[in-house]
Design a protein around this ligand. Sequence first.
Ligand code: COA
Length: 158
Amino acid sequence: MTAPVPEGGDSLSIRPARRADLLAIVRIENASFSQPWPHDAFETFLGEPGFLVAVDETRTIVGYIVSDVTPNYGRNLGHVKDIAVHPDHRESGVGSALLTRALSVLGAYNADSIKLEVRPSNESARRLYRSFGFDPLRRVPGYYDDDEDAIVMIYELR
Ligand SMILES: CC(C)(COP(=O)(O)OP(=O)(O)OC[C@H]1O[C@@H](n2cnc3c(N)ncnc32)[C@H](O)[C@@H]1OP(=O)(O)O)[C@@H](O)C(=O)NCCC(=O)NCCS
């Protein structure tokens, strides 16, 4: 079901990703990252409730988020694995709308906390996460393929 969301304008919808969306998702991924996920990586998350796309009024995919929940030492750990918005559609609330919906889905699937990794150099993403209440937890040296560190950020739901 596609439900309208207030963020990102009245014309934006957030819904679960489908196989037919993968090409558009991969195009946005390639335009967004120096080391993009391949098509197959997205395919494995089809059917995951936290794999969502943002669709505009022309039914164009303008962004996506990949997230899931896994049991971890007696707690359910949510993880935002990937999020990107098409370069032409950034800074109009699409990323916030995707994150809002993903946090709600992960909460509904009993996540106790949600973590993500972000590059220290990715200031817009870090600002977005901080505005949602994610706190920096630790730094992982050389986490990315190009050897940049990751900052692990965490959001506690309960
Ligand atoms: C990070 C990313 C997903 C954010 O998506 P986005 O759609 O631009 O996010 P939003 O529009 O919700 O918020 C971004 C900014 O736009 C501002 N904004 C939101 N709605 C706005 C509007 N209607 N008008 C003007 N500005 C607006 C927000 O306040 C925010 O400002 P800030 O950077 O000063 O905090 C996007 O920049 C992206 O795809 N980056 C490349 C991939 C990437 O780095 N992903 C994260 C990996 S960890």
